[in-house]
Design a protein around this ligand. Structure first.
Ligand SMILES: Cc1cc2nc3c(=O)[nH]c(=O)nc-3n(C[C@H](O)[C@H](O)[C@H](O)COP(=O)(O)OP(=O)(O)OC[C@H]3O[C@@H](n4cnc5c(N)ncnc54)[C@H](O)[C@@H]3O)c2cc1C
Length: 391
């Protein structure tokens, strides 16, 4: 294996690290991602490969064996990983983001149990979304306290990696539903706890080897010591320590595949000859490539600005939503143009464009739809009070 962040003194050597990572992505991650997509089968090689290279602990603090990168140092590396598409981007995004919830709100016992092994190939899961409601205060899952245990009941769905996950961050009501956000808590549930069932809902459009499961809790007994933070803090923990910065990661996850699709389109346009000339010499194709480059440059600039301001502790909830919104809209325009430039063969799975085109559709939903992002932005534009991002 030719790459490890351990070979680099990050962040001093970020540029050389990014170049070496690009090579690792092309030689190690791309072939595995393509094979997993083709076979539609999860590979147990992926987590160990990425963890060995240090890619699952880039933002994890050094005291827990991570690299402790700031967002400004992290995003150029996530951009490279995301060029491999959804199956590799998902683990990097999840592992480099979810640790913050236990780090910020966990007891010493929880930190020892979950964070001391975080840099390894362990797989955490985040469970908020529900089939009958949405992703906010209208959730229905409850945890009722009985002695030293909570009894969990309810159903989650679209839960990434639930089949391979070792522990779940479950967002649920511990208090009266009339309390709204103040009744919501977060409970850590170890996989295979009796009363927990995982169901495969079927194949998804993107990241073909990955799955997003239905998770049912039926009188599932969880020790009270598994409560993260205090009762009533659940939504705050989810938003401030995971979902808000994670929206920025989704924007970065849009940037990587877009840059890759531009690179593939440029190479293809130079090679593909019709009527005696490479299509790259046709003005119509040049205009598409130019528009793709403009979108990508704008997105990269927005991300860099947001990351810098997030690291400086500024309130950037609106700007992060702008990045996520612009990111998914960029994937739509760039993936359409990339497919058109490739012609019909672009829709065949021998071509990476086909995989990336499908994969980027998932990013529309993760961490909130475009409507949710527009709502956050509109509130700010209208001068209404907005939540702060950061702690
Ligand atoms: C690939 C993938 C992985 C995911 N992984 C996870 C995971 O690991 N854990 C997890 O908890 N969730 C996960 N999700 C779920 C994701 O967070 C949700 O799909 C997303 O937040 C949208 O919620 P929803 O699907 O319930 O859509 P809905 O809330 O049902 O929305 C459907 C449509 O209605 C619109 N809408 C809904 N409410 C309103 C409103 N009040 N006003 C205006 N318009 C509205 C939405 O914008 C959308 O267009 C994943 C989703 C995908 C696709």
């Amino acid at each position: 294996m030719g790459f490890s962040t351990k070979n680099f003194k990050l962040p001093e050597q970020l540029d050389s690290c990014k170049a070496a990572l690009r090579e690792f992505v092309q030689t190690e991650l791309d072939p595995l991602a393509i094979e997993m997509n083709r076979k539609r089968q999860w590979s147990e090689k992926l987590f160990p490969l990425m963890s060995e290279a240090g890619l699952l602990s880039l933002r994890l603090p050094k005291e827990y064996g991570g690299q402790g990168l700031t967002y400004s140092q992290y995003w150029p590396l996530l951009e490279e990983i995301a060029k491999s598409g959804g199956v590799c981007r998902g683990p990097a995004h999840g592992k480099n983001g979810m640790w913050e919830m236990i780090h910020d709100y966990g007891t010493e016992e929880q930190k020892k149990k979950y964070l001391s092994t975080w840099s390894g190939p362990s797989c955490p899961v985040f469970a908020l979304t529900e089939p009958e409601t949405g992703t906010g205060v209208d959730i229905k899952t409850t945890a009722t306290k009985r002695g030293d245990y909570y009894i969990l009941n309810g159903t989650k769905w679209l839960i990434s990696a639930a089949d391979i996950g070792e522990f779940f961050h479950v967002v649920c009501y511990t208090g009266d539903r009339s309390l709204g956000p103040k009744g919501i808590s977060m409970i850590l549930v170890d996989a295979k706890t009796p009363g927990m069932e995982i169901e495969d809902p079927g194949e998804f459009m993107g990241g073909r080897a990955t799955a997003h499961h239905i998770v049912r809790f039926k009188d599932c007994k969880v020790p009270v010591k598994n409560l993260l933070g205090k009762e009533g803090q659940g939504l705050d923990i989810a938003l401030k320590s995971f979902l808000d910065p994670s929206r920025l990661s989704i924007a970065i996850s849009c940037l990587g595949p877009c840059q890759k699709m531009l690179e593939l389109s440029v190479a293809f346009a130079k090679e593909r000859i019709t009527f005696g000339k490479p299509i790259a010499e046709r003005q119509a194709v040049q205009m598409m490539l130019a528009d793709m480059a403009v979108d990508i440059h704008a997105l990269r600039t927005m991300i860099a600005d947001c990351a810098r301001r997030y690291d400086a502790g500024e309130k950037v909830a609106t700007q992060i939503s702008m990045c996520k919104l612009f990111g998914v809209e960029t994937t739509r325009r760039v993936s359409d143009s990339a497919l058109l430039i490739h012609g019909g063969i672009g829709t065949c799975s021998i071509n990476m464009i086909e995989m990336l085109y499908r994969d980027v559709r998932e990013l529309w939903f993760e961490e909130g739809t475009p409507t949710v992002q527009r709502t956050v932005i509109a509130r700010d534009v209208l001068g209404k009070e907005i939540r702060s991002v950061g702690k």
